[in-house]
Structures are given as C-alpha cells and as structure tokens.
Design a protein around this ligand. Structure first.
Ligand code: AMP
Length: 521
C-alpha cells in the first residue's frame, strides 16, 4: 500500500484563507478603483519569462538575480518536444523488444536536433549546452561501436550504454531557460516594446497585481511567494508632475485603505552625468583612512564594488561616519536639481507629506532622479511597503527606443499585515439565512427558497441532507446565521413560511414575497 503522506506547503509559501482573504479582496478592489481614477489600465502579465529578461533589467550582480530566482529549463518548440517524446518511445520499444538497434536512429536524430537548435540560436550556446552536446556525441559513438561488436551481443554493457545515452538526452538542456518573475517592471517594459505601445498616446499608464517569487530567507513580512501591486508610467516626458502624481496615487490608495502612520522617504539620485561624479567623490571620501578604518568589513568591501550601498548600512557603529559623508542632493547637476525641486513643489501642491532621505539610493545604472520608499507601522524590521523610482534607461536596455519611465511596487503581504495590526480587517460577511428544511417533502420548496433568496443577494446555507429540527438550529447558530427559515410540512402546505430571528429567538410567518420584502428592509 502506498505510504500515507502528509503534504505541507513548502517553506516560504503559504495559503491565504478566509476570512483573511476578504481583506485581500478589499485591498485589490481599492487598487482597481483608485488607480482607475488616475487613468491607469490593468495589465495582466505572464508568471514566467525568459531568464535573460530579468538578468538584464534587474542586473546580474544583484542578490535577486544571482541568488534568489526560481529558474528551470522548458522545451521551447514543438519540434523539441517531439524529439523528447520520440526518444522516450524508442527507448521503451527497444527495451520491450530486446532490440538495442531500435534506439540508435532516434538518438542520432535527437543529437542532430540539439546541434541544429544550438546553431539556429533557439538554445543559447553556453558552457552547459556545449558540454551536453559533446558528452552525448561521445556516448552515442560508444553505443554505436558496442552495437557492432559481436562479443557484446546480449551483454549487460549494451543495456547500460543505452541507459546512459537515454538519460543523457533526457537531462540535456534542450530548451529555453525560464524564470518565475521576481518582480514585474521588466515584464511591463517587455510588453510595452512587444506591443509597440510607443505608438499609443503617451505616456502609457499601466498597473498590475499578482504573485512574485524570490528564494529569500523567510521571516515575518518576507516570503518566497509574495504579492505586489505596482504601476508604471512609460513614454512621454519626465516632467516632475508625473513623479509627483505617481506618488500621490500610492498615498491616496493607502489613505483609502485607512493605513495610518505611513512615512514617505524621498530622494533624487541624479543622472548619468552627475551621479558618477558624486560616486567618485563618495569613494574618495570613504577611502580616507580616518573614515575607512571606522567602517565594518562589508562597507569596506563596498567602497570598491558599490560605494552607494555603504549608505544603506544599518550598522550602529558606522552611523556617525555615514552622517558626515557628502550628500548626493548637494551634488546634482542643474537639470537634476531643478527636477528634484519641482517634484517636491508638486508634492506640496498635492498635499503629500515627504521626508527627504539622502541615503535612499539604487544601485543600478538605469535608475535616475526620483527614488522613494514608503514604510508602514507594525511590521518590525521588514517595514518597507512600497519602493519606486524613475528608470529612464530601462526600455532601451531591453531593446526598445529611449523611453522615460517611472513606477513603484507595493508589497501587498506587508500592506495587509500592517492593516491587520491596526485592526483594519473588514468584518467577515455574515450568513443571512439558514434554510432548515424538515422531511423530504419540504426539500423542493427549500431549494426554491434558497434560489430566490440568493437571487436577491442574501447569503444562504441550504443543508444538503435532511436534519432534525434541533440539530439544524444548532448548526445555524454555529455558522452565525441571522435567521433560520423553517420549512416543515405545515409551512409548505400553507405557503406560510416561519422565519426565526436567531439573536432573540422570535418567530414570524411570511409568504414567499412577504419574506423577501421583509428581509430587504
Ligand atoms: P522591490 O521589488 O524589491 O523594490 O520590493 C518592493 C516591495 O515589495 C518591498 O517594499 C516589499 O514591501 C515587497 N517585497 C519585496 N520582497 C518581498 C518578499 N520576499 N516578501 C514580501 N514582500 C516583499
């Protein structure tokens, strides 16, 4: 007998259950409503994309790309799928018939197919794919020779070689490398390019919601499947009013949800002209022995690899030194300084409170000017609920025309945690009517009553099997129903149905139309 197995959701992923899902629905519906009032349309994106898209847009050196992505090989074409099923069938046939030769031609075809896919660029030529091709070719040659050797006829060696060749084919990366999306900005930009959205009226304003996947160390507010709600504004100008409006939209969304105590941090990280100058200055400052010696090992290493990241440090002992470092806002070029000043002015105009945080930076080259982060109470160390910024170089990196872009991503799991901590969960929907039907003869009427009540929008429980009076009322109580509709043979015969109010035990009689009218009051 098969061993009984107790399945559990894997580490870092979780089920969302009622009544909590009511809050998730409220949050998502509010996003749809608020974003629509700002003229955004929803984009639904694939959950997986070719790995290269994320490697290029997020950056191969980042933690997300280098350590946290869920990546696998998928067959990309029907032809490749057919090659797999052909060798599988041939392998089975050859075992069944005892004829080793049956496997030879399909294996040759598979190897030729691999070679052709590599040459045609369908599969990337990497060290892995090249090694797989070499190893398969050599196993094939050994198998071919062994088949011609009369001394080996019927020997187990032939079977072992055939097995090795089959699994060599089976394991070989004949397909595309696919990744479960760790974020969605890359996909939105890919879609903008793919669908020629640059020819639509600009800017194009899109929002999305859904699960993202990162192999991070799970903890409160950090999951391996988590949910983001995000938006992007692509194309047109980089007018500061756009940056301010995007931020205003997030703040309005949070306010509509009743999220209190959220804090908006704002910074400008300059552009391709002024940021490198600032980074040079920062690096020179950090390299001074009187400063470097006061930094920990991580920060010391970052002076060379990514000096901006030193500003992220939470290490207590480094704070006094970091506080005295040059600040990017004071080293912006005139155009970036004017842009930043105008973003702030536009925020004031929109009644959005912000805190300037000169230490809020991004590591990647295509990020520029406005960056922002929103933190919320009740979340412990993982308190960032939203990150966003301008990324004017990204679409070009992905093969599109130079295009302005700004966006944000909200961590929905954390937003929900914060709302729950603040007691903002909606009251769960109550059951309105429990149809307590007694005896088979009343069943038809019970079904009709349930249909009519549900049609009028009431939440109705219709027990699937007959129950005794006491048990039915007990069940209705446990489910928290407001009323029990009692349908006994008398009620069905007279057409006068009994409605019991469960909070006070009072009872009244109604005809069907009277009942609906009464409940609607
Ligand atoms: P990022 O895409 O890294 O800029 O993250 C944007 C927001 O997504 C963060 O501010 C978090 O609220 C949320 N987030 C990122 N990673 C996770 C995770 N592993 N679990 C839960 N929320 C996350």
């Amino acid at each position: 007998m098969a061993e009984k197995q107790k399945f559990q959701a894997i580490r870092g992923v979780r089920d969302l259950l009622p009544p909590e899902t009511a809050l998730w629905n409220r949050v998502e519906q509010t996003a749809h409503d608020v974003f629509a009032t700002f003229g955004f349309g929803e984009i639904r994106l694939p959950i997986f994309e070719v790995t290269e898209l994320f490697a290029r847009s997020i950056g191969a050196d980042t933690d997300v790309v280098s350590k946290e992505m869920y990546t696998f090989v998928a067959h990309s074409s029907k032809y490749q799928e057919e090659l797999y099923s052909e060798i599988e069938e041939a392998y089975d046939d050859s075992i069944r018939s005892g004829d080793e030769n049956l496997f030879l031609t399909p294996a040759r075809k598979f190897i030729d197919g691999l070679e052709a896919s590599l040459k045609g660029g369908e599969i990337g030529l990497t060290a892995g794919t090249e090694a797989a091709l070499q190893s398969l070719t050599s196993t094939f040659r050994r198998y071919e020779q062994a088949l011609e050797d009369p001394n080996l006829k019927g020997e187990p060696e032939l079977e072992i070689l055939r097995h090795e060749l089959f699994f060599g084919c089976w394991d070989c990366p004949l397909g595309e490398t696919i990744t479960l999306r760790p974020e969605a900005t890359a996909s939105v930009c890919r879609a903008y390019i793919q669908h020629g959205m640059h020819s639509l009226p600009q800017p194009v304003k899109l929002y999305y919601l859904g699960p993202m996947f990162r192999r991070e160390r799970p903890q409160k507010g950090r999951y391996r499947q988590f949910y983001q709600i995000g938006a992007e504004v692509l194309g047109g100008t980089d007018a500061p009013a756009i940056d301010a409006e995007v931020i205003e939209m997030v703040v309005t969304f949070f306010a509509r949800l009743g999220l209190e105590g959220a804090k908006l941090d704002l910074n400008s990280i300059g552009c391709r002209e002024c940021r490198p100058e600032y980074v040079k200055l920062l690096k020179a400052e950090l390299s001074k022995p009187e400063i470097k010696d006061k930094l920990g090992a991580d920060s010391q290493r970052r002076i060379e690899t990514n000096p901006l990241r030193v500003l992220d440090s939470k290490l207590e002992s480094e704070q006094p030194v970091i506080e005295k470092l040059p600040r990017i806002a004071e080293h912006l070029c005139p155009a970036c300084a004017a842009h930043y000043a105008s973003v702030k002015h536009n925020l004031v105009l929109r009644n959005v409170a912000y805190h300037e945080n000169w230490r809020l930076v991004r590591g990647l080259d295509y990020y520029m000017r406005t960056t922002f982060e929103i933190t919320a109470p009740g979340l412990g160390s993982q308190n960032a609920v939203c990150g966003g910024g301008r990324y004017d170089g990204l679409i070009e990196i992905l093969g599109g025309l130079p295009t302005k872009g700004i966006g944000f991503a909200i961590g929905e799991d954390r937003l929900i945690l914060s709302l729950q901590e603040a007691g903002k969960s909606p009251a769960p929907r109550r059951l309105d009517v429990y149809v307590a039907w007694m005896g088979e003869k009343t069943y038809d009427t019970a079904v009709r009553a349930a249909r009519a009540l549900r049609g009028a929008g009431f939440a109705v429980e219709l027990p699937a099997t007959a129950q005794k009076f006491g048990k039915a009322l007990g069940h209705a109580d446990k489910l928290g129903a407001r009323y029990a509709l009692i349908l006994g043979e008398d009620e069905v015969a007279s057409g006068q149905w009994t409605l019991k109010t469960l909070s006070d035990g009072s009872q009244s009689k109604f005809t069907e139309p009277q009942l609906l009218a009464h409940l609607k009051l």
